[in-house]
Design a protein around this ligand. Structure first.
Ligand SMILES: Cc1ncc(COP(=O)(O)O)c(C=O)c1O
Ligand SMILES: Nc1c(O)cccc1C(=O)C[C@H](N)C(=O)O
Length: 424
């Protein structure tokens, strides 16, 4: 279905209905950026919305809370409502607040209610470390030993987690399940609907870390009955380093007390009554704690506008096509050079990046960077390559594989130590 020539890459670019978005991003000349799954690039619209919010501070000062195009008091709710279509949520189910890890703390504090023999938390052994640290510390706060109360489903191949194994681990002792939607290293996409159904049949609450899928893959969190989810906005959603995270809580759980209360979780009419009795918002806004980080939320305005236009369905379609194209070029051009494609191959199980394994991965990444290609390295042996629907062209993908081939044939990587940098 794909041809390995440059002309074919150019032909794909001509047919690409999202190609007009590329010029909206700050792409550095001479660089092909394949790391938008870790930190997305700045778009001109996101930059403008940040400048707009700065201006509201400049011109309105304290009145910016209730005035201007984006009154700060309602900004987190407004951005949540704008994000809702990306994850198949209702407007009152998504809020932009906190960071991925602090949101997970809030959600465990709210949804982990050990009771009788149901006292354990189920996760997987390949999840991102920060999630595991949060679970361990929340277990300790409840007086449990993570060594016995955190159950981590094992991977059979070191890359992926079998859904059957997860379901088998949903025993009578499990009170809460936390899983990634897409695994950060291998890019495996889990069947969220199936796992949610299996958890609920066993009376278990289930939540998902959507860092590696939201903005690349459409979800239907409300319809699938997912209890909660949380994600960052600085990867596919291009909201900038340290950009504020998001959380989803299913409508059926709204109207109850959050585990960690703070005045910005209040009912908005009552917040400034300054009473010591906390009255939570009846929306997902209840899960906020302190004052919203307005300037770190601002780029999302421009970014979400682009998603509204482009639609997450078209983005997923191009992303799947680009990663399939990348895999076909890897198979065609790099065979016999020691590479293995570690991500699932089927569209239904694949996230937004390609996981390329090699024993010399760390130093191949260094050689790629020297040649103007930006991947990232994940120990022990993974090069992650993410063609981003908004700004990576098919010619970029073609050029990247050609450069990688040259690096391997000329053994350019041998000039480096096979060790990661401080930030991999
Ligand atoms: C899957 C996953 N979970 C959690 C995190 C931690 O996010 P944060 O640093 O925003 O809390 C990241 C990325 O850093 C991630 O990729
Ligand atoms: N959050 C990051 C950061 O503050 C610095 C460097 C990278 C990150 C990341 O997001 C890494 C990313 N979660 C990963 O999948 O590895």
């Amino acid at each position: 279905m794909f041809q390995p020539t440059k002309e074919f890459a150019e032909f794909l670019d001509q047919k690409d209905s999202l190609s007009n978005y590329r010029d909206e991003f700050y792409l550095q000349p001479g660089t092909i950026y394949l790391d938008g799954n870790s930190l997305g690039l700045l778009s001109k619209r996101a930059e403008q919305s940040l400048l707009d919010l700065l201006d509201s501070w400049k011109t309105l000062a304290i009145d910016g809370w209730m005035q201007g195009d984006h009154p700060w008091y309602y900004f987190a709710e407004k951005l949540g409502a704008l994000s809702a279509p990306l994850v198949g949520a209702k407007e009152n189910e998504v809020i932009v607040t906190g960071s991925t890890t602090s949101n997970l703390h809030q959600l465990i504090a709210s949804f982990y209610h050990p009771n009788g023999q149901k006292t354990k938390i189920l996760a997987d052994e390949l999840n991102f470390p920060s999630d595991i640290y949060a679970i361990q510390s929340q277990l300790k706060l409840k007086g449990f030993d993570p060594a016995t109360h955190l159950i981590q489903v094992k991977s059979r191949d070191g890359r992926t987690i079998r859904e059957e194994d997860i379901i088998e681990a949903m025993t009578d002792e499990i009170a809460l399940i936390i899983l990634p939607t897409v695994l950060y290293r291998s890019g495996q996409l889990l069947d969220i609907e199936r796992l949610t159904k299996a958890a609920h049949e066993r009376g278990i609450i289930i939540g998902f870390d959507g860092c590696h899928s939201v903005g690349a893959i459409p979800h239907q969190f409300h319809e699938w009955d997912v209890d909660f989810a949380y994600w960052c906005n600085y990867k596919y959603l291009n909201s900038g380093p340290g950009g504020v995270g998001s959380l989803f809580v299913h409508e059926k759980h709204l109207g109850t007390m959050p585990g960690l209360a703070g005045w910005f979780g209040s009912n908005k009419e009552k917040q400034f009554d300054m009473k010591h009795e906390f009255v939570p918002s009846d929306t997902v806004g209840a899960y906020q704690i302190g004052t919203p980080h307005i300037l770190s939320m601002a780029p999302l305005v421009g970014s979400l506008e682009m998603y509204k236009e482009a639609t997450i369905e078209r983005i997923r379609e191009k992303s799947l096509h680009s990663t399939a194209y990348l895999m076909s070029l890897i198979n065609e051009e790099l065979s016999g050079l020691g590479f293995t494609i570690g991500n699932p191959h089927e569209d239904s199980n694949r996230g937004g990046h390609v996981c390329l394994e090699h024993d010399d991965a760390a130093r191949i990444c260094k050689a790629l960077k020297l040649n103007g290609i930006v991947p990232d390295f994940r120990a022990p042996n993974v090069i992650r390559l993410a063609p981003i629907a908004f700004y990576t062209s098919y010619v970029d993908v073609w050029n990247s594989v050609q450069i990688l081939k040259k690096i391997m044939v000329e053994k350019q990587f041998e000039q480096f130590k096979n060790e990661r940098e401080i930030i991999a």
